[in-house]
Design a protein around this ligand. Structure first.
Ligand SMILES: [Zn+2]
Length: 288
């Protein structure tokens, strides 16, 4: 009988701690002349507690695009008074969602709906956990004093960063995980490496195709940077199984770009161009 009682006590204590962690309650620590820090084991990095709502048709077979408004909360991104990148990216993401929902057939989720901070890994992880078919991270840039620099560009994950990310991901997922819907937990490491690598290659190829479509569909609607297609080691693009691009919409340090980026009419043009690119991209795959 005692054993059962002890077990129940331990269980109650564990549930209590779990509740504190889940509810993010901070326990006030009495001050004894020095600072104490209480550390809880949090879920592993990359786990997302609250997934955003998915708008559009309630049919999971419909393609899902996750739009990521860059920066937010205490991180304003690029600033050129009165423009802040975090406001512009949210406005662009919302305008794009509205354009996509208006045309129908495509499901849309935003990584953030308001002025909140998300860590970079969380953004891609939201897309993975929702099972997104495409991930578009939206940003705007600053060129400092060089006010003439303008135009949009599209970033892909660089090949080197891509293979490094695949290796890291494979190492993490070797114990337990899923890549592209296939359970890799019981596969041996070599097989996992190959699966992740193949998945990453396909995602990269798809992302490159989408980047080309953004350029094509934006020709008449947007101003592009002279070198619009770029690649870089961007952490936000490292999901191995979701084609991901970062759309740098323009420069807030350029007055024409800033006007386009911050006005409702300008944001609708960006939304129109990107929505067309997204529509063509999915139509090529599933015939939306
Ligand atoms: Zn940015």
């Amino acid at each position: 009988v005692y054993r059962v009682q002890i077990a129940l006590l331990i269980l109650a204590a564990m549930l209590g701690v779990a509740a504190l962690v889940l509810l993010k309650i901070k326990v006030p620590v009495p001050h004894f002349g020095r600072d104490y820090v209480i550390r809880f084991e949090l879920p592993e990095a990359g786990q997302v507690a609250d997934l955003p709502a998915v708008a559009g048709p309630q049919d999971p077979s419909r393609p899902l695009v996750v739009l990521d408004a860059g920066h937010g909360g205490h991180d304003p991104g690029a600033v050129a008074d009165p423009f802040r990148e975090k406001d512009i990216t949210l406005g662009l993401a919302q305008a794009l969602r509205a354009a996509l929902l208006e045309q129908g057939g495509i499901r849309v989720a935003l990584t953030r709906e308001d002025d909140r901070f998300l860590v970079v890994e969380e953004r891609a992880e939201i897309a993975r956990q929702l099972g997104a078919d495409l991930f578009v991270s939206i940003h705007a840039d600053s060129a400092g004093e060089r006010e003439s620099v303008n135009g949009a560009s599209i970033y892909l994950l660089s090949d080197k960063a891509s293979s490094e990310a695949a290796a890291r991901f494979a190492a993490r997922e070797n114990n337990a995980g899923r890549v592209n819907g296939s359970d890799v937990s019981r596969q041996n490491e070599a097989v996992t490496d190959i699966l992740v690598d193949l998945s990453q290659r396909r995602s990269q190829a798809d992302a490159a195709e989408f980047a080309g479509l953004v350029q094509r569909e934006g020709t008449d609607l947007l101003e592009f940077h002279p070198q619009p297609l770029r690649s870089a080691a961007l952490r936000v693009l490292r999901a191995p199984d979701v084609p991901s691009v970062l759309f740098e919409a323009g420069f807030i340090t350029n007055s024409a770009d800033a006007e386009r980026l911050a006005s409702a009419a300008g944001q609708r043009r960006y939304a129109q161009a990107l929505a067309s690119a997204i529509r063509v991209y999915f139509a090529r795959r599933s015939g939306v």
